[in-house]
Design a binder for this molecule. Structure first.
Ligand SMILES: NC(=O)c1ccc[n+]([C@@H]2O[C@H](COP(=O)([O-])OP(=O)(O)OC[C@H]3O[C@@H](n4cnc5c(N)ncnc54)[C@H](OP(=O)(O)O)[C@@H]3O)[C@@H](O)[C@H]2O)c1
Length: 305
């Protein structure tokens, strides 16, 4: 299960993948890429020879699976990059590898939030594929625990998926091609922007936001501001202004879940707020719109970092 070779002219259905961010989602992705018959190498943070991970799937699959990935060591151009670092680590993690990216590199960006690649000088003919996942995976050091495999959507605006997608889809549970991936990402971003900061600030599970009082009023304030912004951004296509309803539905459906932002706060890790509500604030500035309650939430989360 290790890297063999990488050239610019790999057949499009059997690419060699490099993974940047071998944490929870990156390790699960590496497993599915290997299962699909692709070769994979790791781009580790510090020089090392092999990267080992043990995957624990939920029942009925009980035996843990050990992955051993060879770290990249041959200096060939990177033609297919799987990006699964946290949003705020993207620029720093990518920088050392930029000179190695092939001009026509395919990058699968599987991250929460938006704007993670803004300001990064990617090759001209880069094929950027965004993915959005509702999987639940966590890790303790090199032990990867897969709690839930739900839905992972991927797309780049084209109707047709690349040739490598079909074999990957056969292995990767819940993977779909969505040629309206931007819509899916905006839907997810706007719900995350309501649920994530509030669960972190109130230190509560998703369902506990639905308290019929202060927390629900806070949801409404955030959602109203977000809808006002999105109505401007999507003035041509139209925006349904249903952020509050979608957020309430998700809070209800995932009532027992701990949001990733609350989990990060509890573990003393930096959160991805700058690429969720922070991204919305940057958009709002471009449109000359104020989002005061979003701003307050971002500042309060920063103080918790
Ligand atoms: N986990 C999920 O269930 C889930 C679900 C949906 C979306 N997402 C999104 O997916 C993205 C990845 O999340 P995750 O949970 O997989 O995060 P994670 O477990 O923290 O993994 C991130 C990995 O990136 C590595 N990394 C950080 N900086 C690096 C650098 N400079 N060079 C190389 N590697 C570097 C980290 O290395 P170290 O091990 O050395 O820290 C870590 O292994 C996030 O945007 C998250 O919101 C996650």
């Amino acid at each position: 299960l290790s890297a063999l070779s990488s050239t610019l002219k790999q057949p499009e259905n059997t690419p060699h993948w490099h993974i940047l961010g071998l944490g929870s989602l990156g390790s699960l992705s590496a497993y599915y890429l290997l299962q699909s018959g692709f070769t994979v190498s790791a781009l580790p943070r510090t020089p090392t020879h092999l990267v080992a991970r043990t995957l624990h799937f939920p029942l009925p699959q009980s035996a843990p699976i050990t992955l051993s990935l060879r770290a990249d060591d041959h200096g060939q151009p990177i033609t297919h990059l799987w990006l699964t670092v946290k949003a705020h680590d993207t620029a720093r993690a990518l920088r050392p590898w930029l000179p190695r990216l092939a001009n026509n590199v395919t990058i699968v960006c599987l991250q929460n939030g938006m704007g993670t690649l803004d300001g990064i000088d990617l090759p001209e003919a880069c094929n950027l594929i965004y993915a959005s996942s509702t999987n639940g995976v966590w890790r303790g050091a090199d032990q990867i625990h897969i709690a839930a495999e739900n839905n992972t959507q991927m797309g780049n605006g084209s109707h047709a998926a690349p040739a490598w997608f079909a074999p990957l889809q056969q292995q990767f549970r819940g993977l779909h091609w969505n040629h309206h991936i931007d819509d899916a990402r905006w839907q997810k971003l706007t719900v995350n922007a309501v649920i994530n900061p509030l669960t972190a600030l109130y230190q509560c599970r998703n369902g506990e936001l639905l308290d019929g009082g202060e927390r629900e009023q806070a949801m409404e304030k955030l959602a109203d501001e977000i809808d006002r912004l999105c109505t401007r951004i999507f003035s041509r296509q139209g925006w349904p202004s249903d952020t509050l309803k979608r957020s309430r539905d998700i809070a209800e459906q995932t009532a027992q879940n701990t949001s990733s932002m609350l989990a990060d706060c509890r573990a003393g890790r930096r959160t991805e707020i700058d690429f969720i509500n922070g991204f919305l604030l940057r958009q709002a500035e471009k449109y000359g719109i104020a989002l005061p309650f979003n701003q307050t939430c971002v500042e309060r989360i920063h103080k918790m970092h």
